[in-house]
Design a protein around this ligand. Structure first.
Ligand SMILES: C[S@@+](CC[C@H](N)C(=O)[O-])C[C@H]1O[C@@H](n2cnc3c(N)ncnc32)[C@H](O)[C@@H]1O
Length: 314
């Protein structure tokens, strides 16, 4: 289903502002954060995924040596990135978030569809629904792909499955996440060692050459960005994309009724873990893409609560 290209009308309104008021009170914010995390751990357990054990086992690996291979020690982190995210005080900069992010994705994506399919398949169905839109909206087979906000590599490895002959670069601001991505490549995907590379950089200032990619994929990063950062990233993506290259973004759909009708309790838990959600929901992504040098994008609802935005570089 294609959704409107026009200016965004986020469906979160009065309830959302009320929730912001609740979360401005520090003790309530802390309770909400803890509850959000516990809810995800319980949800993982209900699918037979032992969240705490998976994280503990990963932490026993020599992650410091993986980190040394990917970290850029001179990188300056943007201020907005140093805030708590996803119920972690250290945000994305630590071993606990890095070793839990994959199980968290399985839990968060387990209930996107309310059908009979096993909840554990939610994450792979989400990724598949993105590729189905891409197949329709991006007629070319990209050969040089950049995966922005690649985290521990889940989106990067799935891009490889969809475009097996492409060279893929995964870029992220968290050296801890990239260390796990590096570990995952060596241990689970050794055949990709020459085909996939990891870069520790900010997406707004990648240091990558002009015109060096024919597809930039942003899977679930834009809801983590303040609007200024989102605008800078779009400009940077236009710079490194070749003319006629494609930009795609898959993330929450601000026009989905699910957010409008979300029970205040659940909305409180969601907002307690996502500091820039309001800014993402009110960003006019179509206008921003055009300003950054892209054609007007297509916007397609790929799940009941996600959208895929695809734009061609002029
Ligand atoms: C929700 S995760 C994305 C997950 C991943 N793409 C996947 O599909 O599983 C968002 C990622 O974006 C990264 N990120 C946020 N802001 C960034 C920025 N300005 N530059 C690079 N990476 C950024 C975070 O470190 C995090 O790994």
């Amino acid at each position: 289903m294609t959704v409107s290209n026009s200016a965004p009308s986020s469906k979160m309104g009065l309830v959302s502002r009320l929730v912001n008021g609740i979360l401005a009170i520090a003790p309530l914010f802390n309770i909400a954060k803890k509850r959000a995390r516990n809810m995800m751990i319980e949800r993982a357990a209900s699918m037979g995924v032992d969240w705490l054990k998976i994280s503990a086992d990963l932490q026993k690996q020599d992650l410091d040596s993986e980190l040394a291979q990917v970290q850029n020690p001179d990188l300056n982190y943007p201020e907005y990135y140093l805030k708590p995210f996803h119920a972690y005080e250290e945000g994305n900069l630590g071993w606990l978030p890095a070793t839990e992010v994959e199980v968290a994705a399985y839990a968060v994506h387990s209930r996107i569809w309310k059908d009979e399919a096993p909840p554990i398949e939610g994450d792979s169905r989400l990724r598949q629904s993105y590729f189905e839109v891409l197949k329709e909206k991006m007629p070319t087979q990209p050969q040089d792909i950049l995966d922005i906000g690649c985290s521990v590599g889940m989106s990067t490895f799935s891009l490889h499955s969809a475009y097996p002959s492409a060279k893929i670069t995964g870029l992220d601001l968290s050296p801890h996440f990239l260390a796990i991505a590096n570990y995952n490549t060596r241990t689970k995907h050794p055949e990709l060692l020459d085909q996939v590379q990891w870069i520790h950089a900010a997406a707004e200032n990648t240091g990558l050459p002009d015109n060096s990619f024919d597809f930039v994929s942003c899977f679930l990063i834009f809801h983590e960005l303040p609007q200024d950062a989102a605008r800078q990233i779009l400009r940077e993506m236009r710079r490194i994309l070749r003319p006629n290259g494609y930009f795609a973004l898959m993330d929450m759909n601000p026009q989905s009724d699910i957010y409008a009708k979300m029970p205040p309790y659940i909305l409180t838990l969601l907002k307690s873990t996502e500091p820039y959600l309001d800014q993402y929901f009110s960003l006019d992504i179509s206008a921003e893409l055009v300003t950054a040098g892209f054609e007007a994008p297509s916007i397609t609802a790929n799940t009941p609560r996600h959208r895929t935005v695809v734009a061609r570089a002029i």
